[in-house]
Design a protein around this ligand. Structure first.
Ligand SMILES: C[S@@+](CC[C@H](N)C(=O)[O-])C[C@H]1O[C@@H](n2cnc3c(N)ncnc32)[C@H](O)[C@@H]1O
Length: 352
């Protein structure tokens, strides 16, 4: 099998799987685990889905980019039997689940709680991880949801947590918090900036200039919708498109911002938007992909923003000031300035 990363990364050394994925496959086959219809979680590029294709795995889709990767890799490797499942839909009851442990503790808890709803008493979960990322918080969470929690031996610097005897417990998948203005925010576990408004977003909102009138705005990597809500407050006539790769982010922004002019998109890119159609693109772009420092999404956003903006339209971006964004922005925009700066962040404005 040849499993590739989609979208292709500018860093060729990045792989589409790691030793923990190999260890999961090897262990379940050696242990003769019943993996028919097994549930796969956080299989970001499709390594597990493709290798276990014959067992009709249920690949739970959290991210739009993950869905695209699994589909591309399954086509490339002639895999036909993978069942994609939405994160909140009813997954078919199964005897086993296999997971790459996500970096986000909130998302790990979300997955564990969902599994306890689906797995029977004899259900077993194999969770793979690279040992350098191990944190005791994983054990705490695992023990909250499973009576038996064991660790495998190490293989190429990876290990498994093996979880048995699910504990039936009720988790509230949505958490809420109040911001400094006493406004309540709701978001699913595993969505960016749990329990507070991110400090970069706060700084951004202090400086963002929102044009008046009938404008079309795109919020790339919209998370719980905080930046779009700010734009809506400043200009209730604005048509706002919130775009996020994480389905739980899109479900969260739907809880926080509503209106006829508001459109939520679960999408990994801006391909659905026409050239020269928007007035303002705003973003607090991701600079990590799990444990990797990864600027691919930010760089693609600058390029796409140029395509979708009308002449005179503006891209506004907030970023940590150690990230070298300006040279990339200047590849598309010739007018690009730092509008505001503090100890941690820069705010860029690029005009088309
Ligand atoms: C730094 S957070 C910003 C969230 C929110 N705008 C805020 O300011 O609090 C970046 C967001 O980008 C999303 N994201 C990651 N990759 C993406 C992609 N390819 N397309 C769109 N959004 C993406 C993440 O899910 C996350 O919600």
């Amino acid at each position: 099998m040849n499993i590739l990363r989609y979208p292709k990364s500018s860093d060729r050394s990045l792989k589409a799987w790691n030793a923990s994925d190999e260890l999961i496959i090897r262990t379940v086959l050696e242990d003769n685990v019943d993996i028919e219809d097994c549930i796969l979680l956080h299989d970001l590029f499709g390594y597990l889905s493709c290798h276990l294709n014959d067992h009709k795995p249920q690949a739970v889709i959290t991210f739009a980019s993950q869905e695209f990767s699994i589909q591309k890799n399954s086509e490339n490797n002639s895999c036909s039997k993978i069942q994609p499942k939405n994160i909140l839909e009813h997954w078919t009851t199964s005897k086993s689940a296999l997971m790459r442990i996500p970096k986000s503790l909130g998302l790990f808890e979300f997955y564990l709680a969902r599994l306890c709803e689906i797995l029977g008493k004899d259900g077993v979960v194999y969770c793979g991880f690279m040992t350098k990322y191990f944190t005791p918080s994983w054990l705490k969470l695992a023990e909250k949801y499973f009576e038996e929690v064991n660790q495998s031996l190490a293989h190429k610097k990876s290990r498994l947590l093996i979880l048995k005897k699910p504990i039936k417990s009720k988790l509230n998948y949505i958490e809420s918090f109040k911001d400094d203005n006493d406004i309540e925010w709701q978001q699913y576990l595993g969505v960016f900036s749990s329990g507070r408004i991110d400090s970069a977003s706060r700084f951004f909102m202090e400086h963002l200039e929102v044009p008046t009138g009938d404008i079309k705005v795109v919020d790339v990597g919209s998370g719980n919708g905080v930046l779009s809500k700010h734009v809506q407050t400043k200009n209730p006539d604005a048509e706002i498109h919130l775009v996020d790769d994480n389905s739980l982010a899109t479900l969260s922004s739907k809880l926080n911002i509503k209106g006829d002019q508001i459109h939520h998109h679960f999408s990994r890119n801006l391909d659905f938007l026409d050239d020269n159609s928007c007035d303002l693109v705003i973003s607090n772009p991701p600079f990590h992909f799990e444990y990797e420092l990864n600027l691919d999404v930010a760089f693609r956003t600058f390029k796409d923003a140029y395509r979708i903006l009308k002449k005179g339209g503006e891209l506004w971006v907030v970023a940590n000031n150690n990230l070298a964004y300006k040279p990339q922005m200047l590849k598309s925009f010739d007018n690009c300035v730092v509008i505001a700066q503090n100890r941690k962040f820069n705010i860029y404005r690029c005009k088309k």
